[in-house]
Write a protein that binds this ligand. Structure first.
Ligand SMILES: Cc1cc2nc3c(=O)[nH]c(=O)nc-3n(C[C@H](O)[C@H](O)[C@H](O)COP(=O)(O)O)c2cc1C
Length: 191
């Protein structure tokens, strides 16, 4: 069976962002598996015009557009900023709409505090619902992320390996079912 295509979106452009350690580590975990093909997108690489926003700009970012068109799901790695998600992440997600419909999304929350981004994940759920994405119920939470990686981005807590495996297993299930649905159940949203 063809691998599922599930890109990872790193959701902050902040200098010295700890979320980058998380996203890169997770891509490494995904690359150990035989069922997912991934690539890392970084909101830092999306340079937007100052006077426009949204789907009208999608052709400025063809790699993102074409990857999401062919994707079966998406992983969003977001830090918690004042209990919400960064505007830079929202601007990237808002580039597309129809391209996301009936695909799976899974969330990775990252925080300096003790809650592992649970609040930012809850705040993203209604937003991605409007994009047509279907949210998994297994999140990956990095609380006190500054203690979870060393300065070079090496993972310090071996417990995250099995947590990531469970998180990805659930996403694979959802993405597989939705892929089957897109291919076999008629919808006005896709062929
Ligand atoms: C504008 C801003 C707001 C933040 N708000 C929160 C917060 O609400 N809860 C929290 O646990 N950490 C908060 N933090 C700290 C981040 O969780 C922390 O920087 C963590 O490392 C993840 O973000 P990073 O990828 O930018 O490093 C905030 C950081 C910034 C820059």
């Amino acid at each position: 069976m063809r691998k599922l295509i599930i890109p990872v979106l790193l959701g902050t452009n902040r200098k010295q962002r700890n979320s980058a350690h998380v996203a890169k580590w997770l891509v490494g975990e995904i690359e150990k598996r035989s069922d997912i093909e991934t690539r890392l997108f970084d909101v830092k690489d999306f340079v937007f015009p100052q006077d426009d926003y949204g789907q009208g700009l999608k052709d400025l970012f063809p790699e993102w557009r074409d990857t999401i068109i062919s994707a079966d799901g998406l992983i969003v790695v977001s830090p918690e900023y004042n209990h919400g998600y960064p505007g830079s992440l929202k601007a990237v997600l808002d580039l597309l709409l129809r391209e996301y419909i009936h695909k799976a999304v899974a969330f990775v929350g990252v925080s300096a505090g003790p809650w592992g981004g649970t609040r930012v994940i809850e705040s993203m759920v209604p937003m991605v619902r409007e994009l047509g994405l279907a949210v998994t119920f297994s999140d990956l939470n990095f609380a006190k992320v500054q203690n979870t990686f060393d300065g070079e981005g090496r993972m310090l807590d071996p417990a995250f390996e099995s947590r990531a495996a469970g998180f990805l297993d659930e996403l694979v299930w959802m993405a597989t079912v939705l892929k089957w649905g897109r291919e076999n159940v008629p919808s006005k949203y896709h062929q």
